[in-house]
Design a protein around this ligand. Structure first.
Ligand code: DX5
Ligand code: ZN
Length: 242
């Protein structure tokens, strides 16, 4: 197997931005292969996998075996969002399982050495990102941004799908984009739907994580098409949401 290269997945995402990444939290795990097929048929170019440990957040989801199973089913980049207390302990296992991008939370950083995980992840061949909850002050994130391949701006408190979009994310996307330039990939996650996706892109988001607005729709292809329409015309999405 060839050595992983984080630059490859980053350049493919940059090339196709804005990219919608389905959050697999709400997919039908009993029919995983079919779900991946349907998403690929709908033109999905990357997947977002939410890993929760029941400690860092009150919810528990899945771990390496599911990442590995999905890796066997598709070639598209897999973005693993670690909502866990000790990301350094498990990052390598997730890269080995097939993650191409890995983010961990700024709220999980306890010492300056903890942030070195960004370089460690990159050295293992995955792109490295930091996530921040809406309730956490940006001062904890900003000093680390120059070390990130991407930043994950949460638009809900991490832990559960199906929450309402917090517009503080829009201001944060704008601030980070203005301060750190166009190279940095910006991802937004939580409550992204046809009512909020267009504004996120206009504010600088490159990667949009979408759970409910895809998996609670009967037709993934149509759900994706509606989201893409709002990138061209954000007001269209707002009209649809009301
Ligand atoms: C929340 C997760 C999200 C979320 C997305 O902690 O990181 O990925 O489940 O789902 P929706 O789009 O339903 O908010
Ligand atoms: Zn997520």
């Amino acid at each position: 197997m060839s050595l992983k290269d984080h630059k490859k997945s980053l350049s493919s995402l940059r090339h196709s931005k804005p990219v919608v990444l389905p959050s697999m939290l709400l997919c039908d795990f009993g029919n995983l292969a079919r779900e991946i097929d349907l998403l690929e048929e709908a033109g999905v170019e990357a997947l977002h996998l939410d890993v929760m440990d029941g400690v860092f957040v009150p919810n528990i989801t899945y771990g390496m075996p599911i990442v590995e199973a999905i890796r066997k089913l598709t070639q598209i980049p897999i973005d693993v969002h670690l909502m866990i207390q000790s990301p350094a302990k498990y990052a390598k296992a997730f890269v080995d399982a097939g993650a191409d991008l890995i983010s961990f939370h700024v709220e999980a950083i306890r010492s300056s050495e903890d942030a070195d995980l960004l370089e460690t992840i990159r050295a293992m061949g995955a792109a490295a990102g930091l996530a921040i909850n809406p309730s956490t002050s940006m001062e904890y994130l900003l000093p680390h941004i120059p070390r990130c391949d991407f930043v994950l701006v949460m638009s809900v408190e991490a832990g559960f799908g199906g929450q309402a979009f917090n517009p503080v994310a829009i201001e944060r996307l704008k601030t980070i984009r203005a301060e750190f330039g166009s190279e940095l990939l910006l991802e937004v996650d939580g409550g992204v739907n046809v009512g909020s996706a267009g504004q996120c892109v206009a504010a600088g988001a490159d990667l949009l994580v979408v759970g409910s607005a895809i998996f609670k729709q009967p037709d993934y292809c149509q759900a994706l098409a509606h989201l893409h329409q709002t990138f061209v015309s954000p007001s269209l999405g707002r009209a649809k949401a009301t």
